[in-house]
Design a protein around this ligand. Structure first.
Ligand code: MN
Length: 727
């Protein structure tokens, strides 16, 4: 609670007179690459942050505003876009000032508001991981929570400034933050390819945790550096001379300094003495083209003896964060082992700044839409996939990083679990321990109680409430669990029950379902009941109830049969029930089939699958066409109104002329229409044509039709068809 409430005029709107001047250095840096209207927006952000933090102090006694200014300064050095700069200036204003997300939206637009909100949310994850698995899950969770990758960028720069000024914190907090930095923020920076910031983060954290070891290492490096410098510059000159005399133009050769934490890590993990690790000299050769990379490699291998088995081609097979270079180890001047990285200048820029290099703001360039460039970076990565020797793993790493099929959840103790998207508290309980699943009676999510069939979301803390006497065995749980662990555990418990118990449970279940539809089991007798049982395919009611209790059949689907039986008896002409796909179906989980990926507006069929609940297929999908008429488990379905505003995944096949950059041309059409790409599979058709299978997200059939028209209108397109798994 700040005593200086924010002047309401600032929240409602800024007049020209309210706007404060930027600090001079900051202004100079910003105006070196941003235009006037961008600067005006940044000034507004600065003004709001200034008043929001007025009266607040940092631990070192300086005004709080100096922190957000320093953070956005780091982003200015990366030449980031104005929205990121604004968000960085205001990244702490949602915390304890009188500003909310809507104010920001009104004043600065959606993307600034979303970035600030995302950074605040990440800030609330106050966590230190206990093991490697947790650390890895936490990194993924942070990426999953940040729909816009700029959230992670701002967060990393925030951490960098906090680490630079860490000496003002109490010792215990210093250690905690430093550990977090090494486990979480360093690897996260690496994941999005920011090598330089990662090195600085790690060194700061290492110096804080082990000040003595760090200073010993540093003085050892210094001691050896006199002679070292001479050798380094001699080798550098040699390398440059050989490359030039062999016709490689515009070569840069740099001696490469390793950061102290990476030296320390090597000493620890490889159990090698310090001298041996330091005696490896690192060099980076920068050239203009990929061709020159390979030529340079050949040339230096002619002059210096390569050390066997140390060559790595990350140009042909890039690392999953997009890093590209040739690595080789040689013996220079007959005595010194050297490590050489060869890159184009462009590759080197991307290696230092990572995804930030793609967000960089270029005013002069017409094609300066940074979002578009980031999308290109992504599709570029997908292009690289073709060259990777393990494409599956590669695709997986990108996919889980940017469009996660998993949700990441905390136990109350702070352990992190990765579960399939769609998981419920029951799935979570069985994931943690079978005993926990077998005794679950309730659940709290972020401290408030929720039903057991609620879908869990990334970042939530899940507390399972158990009872010593065990949970009531409920076969309907099978309708909403999604993990195989939970499903098989529930099955095996159900199988262990006595037949009479199963029948009882089945009866309770069916009665509950029927009650929902305003009827009861008593209303069904004699031949009407017989007809229904026939249509289901069971010999007796007892058998049906036992099946239900054992989880072999789904209650709500059986209930549907009973309703339609009643309607037949009452003479209402509706031979088959119609399933309405909407949010009201609580007891059955509705899923969209992955084989045909239907979207809102399609003609669809519902398949009641005992394993998976209701699965919605496209009417023309070959998985369902043979059965629609004969099999009662398939019923027509229509879309409910409240399913309209969802995003549906659909798949389209595009064939184009095979030219350089076709994929980025195609993906920019999606980007311009604001359509997300899920994945791209490339197929080579022949020398002239390329094929892509692309998964995108659309609101409905209408939007899909429009975007397909745009793709067809491109010169290079030869065909564009939706894939609904037809025959
Ligand atoms: Mn901060």
């Amino acid at each position: 609670m700040s005593e200086h409430a924010l002047p309401s005029i600032l929240i409602n709107d800024f007049s020209e007179n309210d706007i404060l001047r930027l600090p001079p250095d900051f202004y100079k840096k910003a105006s070196s690459y941003l235009n006037k209207s961008d600067i005006k927006k940044i000034q507004k952000a600065y003004t709001l942050a200034f008043y929001a933090h007025e009266g607040q102090l940092r631990r070192d006694g300086s005004k709080y505003i100096t922190h957000p200014v320093a953070v956005s300064n780091i982003l200015l050095d990366l030449k980031m876009d104005p929205d990121s700069i604004c968000a960085a200036l205001m990244h702490d204003v949602l915390e304890d000032c009188d500003v909310n997300k809507n104010n920001l939206k009104k004043l600065f637009g959606d993307s600034v508001a979303e970035i600030v909100d995302g950074v605040s949310k990440l800030g609330k994850l106050d966590i230190t991981s206990k093991n490697d698995r947790d650390a890895n899950n936490l990194q993924k969770m942070m990426l999953a929570m940040s729909k816009d990758v700029r959230v992670v960028l701002v967060k990393i720069c925030d951490r960098l400034h906090n680490m630079r000024t860490i000496e003002h914190l109490p010792r215990s907090k210093q250690i905690k933050k430093s550990k977090e930095t090494i486990e979480l923020y360093g690897p996260l920076a690496l994941r999005i390819g920011m090598q330089d910031i990662r090195a600085e983060l790690e060194d700061l954290a290492f110096r804080c945790i082990h000040p003595l070891r760090a200073s010993m290492l540093e003085s050892a490096i210094k001691k050896s550096s006199g002679g070292r410098k001479r050798i380094v510059s001699k080798i550098r000159r040699e390398l440059k001379r050989h490359l030039k005399s062999n016709g490689v133009e515009n070569v840069g050769v740099k001696g490469r300094e390793k950061n102290i934490y990476s030296i320390y890590r090597k000493i620890k993990s490889k159990h090698k003495p310090f001298s041996e690790i330091l005696d490896v000299y690192g060099f980076r050769i920068l050239v203009d083209s990929i061709d020159d990379c390979y030529r340079s490699l050949g040339i230096i291998h002619n002059y210096f003896a390569p050390i066997e088995n140390r060559f790595k081609d990350y140009i042909a097979i890039p690392k999953s964060n997009g890093y590209q270079a040739l690595h080789t180890s040689l013996l220079a001047l007959n005595a010194f082992p050297i490590e050489v990285q060869i890159q184009t200048r462009n590759m080197s820029e991307i290696a230092s700044y990572g995804i930030a290099a793609h967000w960089q703001y270029k005013t002069a360039d017409e094609d300066s839409n940074s979002e578009l460039r980031a999308t290109k970076w992504l599709s570029g990565l997908i292009d690289l996939q073709k060259k990777s020797n393990n494409p599956e793993e590669f695709a997986q790493s990108i996919k889980t990083d940017l469009d996660s099929d998993e949700v990441f959840l905390f136990s109350p103790k702070g352990d992190v679990y990765a579960l399939r998207r769609g998981s419920t508290p029951i799935d979570f309980a069985y994931e943690v321990h079978t005993d926990l699943g077998d005794t679950i009676v309730g659940c709290k999510v972020n401290r408030s109680e929720v039903p057991l069939n609620v879908e869990l979301e990334t970042g939530q803390t899940v507390e399972i409430i158990t009872s010593k006497s065990g949970s009531d065995l409920d076969p309907s749980w099978l309708n909403y669990v999604v993990t195989s662990k939970a499903r098989s555990a529930i099955r095996s418990r159900l199988r262990k029950q006595k037949v009479s118990d199963a029948r009882k449970a089945g009866k309770v279940m069916l009665e509950t379902e029927l009650k929902r539809g305003g009827t009861s089991l008593d209303e069904y007798r004699g031949s009407a009941l017989k007809k229904i049982l026939d249509s289901i395919g069971v010999t007796s009611l007892n058998k049906l109830l036992t099946d239900l209790g054992l989880g072999k059949r789904t209650g709500s689907i059986i209930a549907e049969r009973f309703y339609s039986g009643l309607q037949i008896r009452e003479g209402i002409k509706e031979p088959k029930p119609v399933l309405i796909i909407d949010n009201k179906i609580e007891s059955v989980r509705v899923r969209f089939a992955r084989c045909c990926l239907p979207c809102y507006g399609d003609n669809v069929v519902a398949h009641s699958d005992t394993e998976r609940g209701m699965v919605i297929h496209h009417k023309k999908c070959k998985q369902v066409t043979p059965f629609i008429k004969k099999d009662p488990r398939y019923m027509p379905a229509i879309w409910g109104e409240n399913k309209k505003d969802h995003l549906y995944k659909v798949r389209i096949d595009i064939n184009t002329e095979d030219k350089v950059g076709v994929l980025s041309d195609v993906s920019s059409v999606f980007a311009r229409s604001g359509i997300n790409i899920g994945y791209v599979n490339t197929k080579t058709i022949d020398k002239k044509f390329a094929g892509f299978e692309i998964q995108i997200e659309v609101k409905d059939k209408q939007e899909l039709r429009q975007i397909m028209q745009k793709i067809r209108a491109m010169k290079i397109t030869t065909s564009c068809k939706r894939n609904i798994n037809e025959k």
